[in-house]
Design a protein around this ligand. Structure first.
Ligand SMILES: Nc1ncnc2c1ncn2[C@@H]1O[C@H](COP(=O)(O)OS(=O)(=O)O)[C@@H](OP(=O)(O)O)[C@H]1O
Length: 332
């Protein structure tokens, strides 16, 4: 692993400057080279790039004050995180910003800025506990962590978890496009075929994909008041239904007056791919972690994987999905 910063690589993928604790742990963990980042490390059964692992350790150690009023957005990467962050932020702040197309923070700030990742933003750079107590209630955070690796305080509290996943074919293709855009160092093998093999073997950010989904699916059945599971495809098909369910789940349902006044439609419009992806802030700009805002907006459609995957690849992913999830009653 490299110990010198490489300025061609975004900050969040740099492997230098990780803590000694993280380095010592990494030396004991299974490691893979390849797509997404130069190295991925397997920790508690799931794969992380180096700085992400440091953030995971740090938030497991320090995020020990989860409140019952907290709302945590949990997703598999590339399943619509940006969209769900925007929707949830707009939902919770609808009374504060009633004129949605005039002075709403989403018009000038990227959703990832407004809803930070626990392990990527809050706990990554330093081993310091950020001042989370100053955030007004309900605090809204996000994470890609699998259920088994959530900080203990999240497991123990009655916070609400909004879990979003997307069919693995489109998730994989979205991730593959994202990594190609990054143009990592020459050691990365980003060919579709190689990346596909790794994805099928579970080696992807916060993968194995199927185990991630299964963990939350099982918990959502056991704890329906705590975990609401959503599918990207469902959100695309019936966004107002999902938004209403979401509002009820987090305890701020829409009133009849709001429905009549078109508040639901306004939120959906503001958070639509068309509006968000065309905002100046999302065409330019970068997160402090180095990711370009525009990298979060590509196509935003269901089924684009059909344009990239062969019939054999599709069949292979369908078989894995049925074997690993269908058996437990989960289907996309
Ligand atoms: N508003 C809105 N509506 C619908 N779809 C949207 C929206 N915003 C982003 N996207 C699409 O979501 C994909 C990116 O996934 P994530 O936001 O989960 O990425 S990340 O994990 O936070 O990096 C990526 O999907 P693909 O287009 O298939 O690559 C984005 O285009």
């Amino acid at each position: 692993m490299s110990s010198q910063p490489n300025n061609a690589i975004p900050k969040y993928l740099q492997e230098s400057e990780v803590s000694q604790e993280c380095k010592d742990l990494i030396a004991t963990l299974p490691m893979e080279k390849g797509w997404l980042a130069s190295h991925l490390h397997q920790y508690q059964g799931f794969w992380y790039f180096t700085r992400q692992l440091q953030g995971v350790l740090s938030c497991q150690k320090h995020f020990n004050n989860s409140l019952n009023s907290d709302i945590l957005i949990v997703t598999t990467p590339k399943s619509g995180t940006t969209w769900l962050k925007a929707l949830t932020f707009a939902l919770l702040n609808r009374h504060k910003y009633p004129k949605m197309f005039e002075n709403h923070p989403l018009l000038t700030k990227n959703p990832h800025f407004l809803v930070p990742f626990l392990e990527l933003d809050l706990y990554n750079d330093k081993d310091l506990v950020p001042d989370l107590n100053s955030i007004p209630s309900p605090r809204l955070f996000s994470t890609h962590l699998p259920y088994v690796s959530l900080p203990k305080s999240v497991i123990d509290s009655n916070c609400k978890i909004l879990y979003l996943c997307r069919n693995p074919k489109d998730t994989f293709i979205s991730l593959w496009h994202f990594t190609n855009k990054l143009k990592l160092d020459g050691t990365s093998t980003n060919s579709l075929e190689d990346s596909f093999k790794k994805f099928c073997n579970g080696v992807s950010i916060c993968g194995p994909f199927w185990e991630h989904v299964l963990g939350y699916w099982k918990e959502s059945l056991d704890q329906p008041k705590k975990i609401m599971l959503m599918r990207y495809e469902e959100m695309k098909k019936n966004p107002s239904f999902v938004l209403k369910e979401l509002a009820r789940f987090v305890g701020c349902p829409f009133s009849k007056e709001e429905e009549d006044e078109g508040v639901i439609d306004d939120i959906l419009k503001l958070c639509s791919f068309k509006i968000l992806s065309n905002l100046e802030v999302n065409k330019k700009g970068k997160l402090s972690s180095g990711e370009e805002h525009r990298a979060f907006f590509r196509l935003g459609e269901v089924g684009d994987s059909n344009n990239y995957l062969t019939a054999e690849m599709i069949e292979q992913l369908d078989i894995i999905t049925e074997k690993k999830l269908g058996h437990y009653g989960f289907r996309f």
